[in-house]
Design a binder for this molecule. Structure first.
Ligand code: PGA
Length: 266
């Protein structure tokens, strides 16, 4: 079955895995998804990426650079250098071969005080450094129960994306906060509806092309046994996976359930 956008299965390791463990995981991941000829067998037609902690990025880069697997940073600063203790510039990630960087993950927003405005600056800085930002958005349980889901998503999108000039290339992860790390996944219908809203917003407010080409990932308690159903939603182009990306079997299980779906097995 052909899809207009290549699905992306991305593992957000959060504050898990130091350099040694991350390197071993990356080596095993390569072994699992490729055959002897280097073809992606377990994850055919799907892009797979990991987001290790900063200190593990060089080890992961050594293993994955030049392969079909991608990697990225979990965060970055918006300046290219300066007196910003503890921060990492997008250019430093680019130097390690990162293809992506997460921007505005809800843990960054709620635990570390990131705002819509810092997300806007980070997103632009990432694009300027040739790194594709993965902008995270999504509502809390209270916001959903108050019927404010779309209003919140729209505010987050508008703040990060609407100021001119529009960023050239980015990915969006819709991650309802109530589904992150809780074992409570959005139903395929809930995810599909939010993704459709986001795609229509992009088409209307950026351009029809942006609506058509931008990949929209779902995140929040994705597991091998629920991902196939989520991917059946036409506007869901992949997953941002937290807990289930820490275990090689479940992460590969998610990638291969995407491949099975694409080849019409489920
Ligand atoms: P989870 O995390 O899969 O553990 O719910 C997702 C995320 O925070 O990106």
């Amino acid at each position: 079955m052909s899809r207009p956008r290549t699905p992306l299965v991305a593992g957000n390791w959060k504050m898990h895995k130091g350099p040694a463990e991350a390197r071993a995981f990356a080596e095993e991941l390569l072994r699992q998804v490729r055959n002897d000829k280097g073809e992606m067998t377990k994850a055919g037609g799907v892009e797979v990426a990991v987001f290790p902690p900063f200190t593990a990025l060089p080890a992961v880069a050594e293993v994955l650079k030049g392969t079909a697997l991608s990697y990225g940073g979990q965060n970055c600063h918006w300046e290219s250098k300066g007196a910003f203790t503890g921060e990492v510039a997008p250019g430093f990630l680019a130097e390690l071969g990162c293809r992506y960087v997460l921007v505005g993950h809800s843990e960054r927003r709620f635990l570390f005080g990131e705002t819509d405005e810092t997300c806007r600056k980070k997103l632009r800085a990432a694009v300027a450094a040739d790194i594709e930002p993965v902008l995270c958005c999504g509502e809390t349980l209270a916001e959903r129960e108050a019927g404010r889901t779309f209003e919140v998503i729209e505010r987050q999108l508008r703040a990060a994306l609407a100021a001119p000039p529009p960023p050239a290339s980015f990915t969006i992860a819709y991650e309802p906060v109530w589904a992150i790390g809780t074992g409570r996944t959005a139903s395929p219908g809930q995810a599909g509806e939010a993704h459709r809203f986001i795609r229509e917003w992009l088409s209307r407010n950026l351009s029809p092309e942006a609506g058509e080409r931008t990949r929209l990932l779902y995140g929040g308690s994705v597991k091998p046994d629920n991902f196939g159903e989520l991917l059946k939603q036409p506007d869901v182009d992949g997953a941002l996976v937290g807990g289930a990306s820490l275990d090689i079997a479940s992460f590969c299980g998610i990638a291969s359930s995407a491949t099975s779906y694409l080849t019409g097995l489920i």
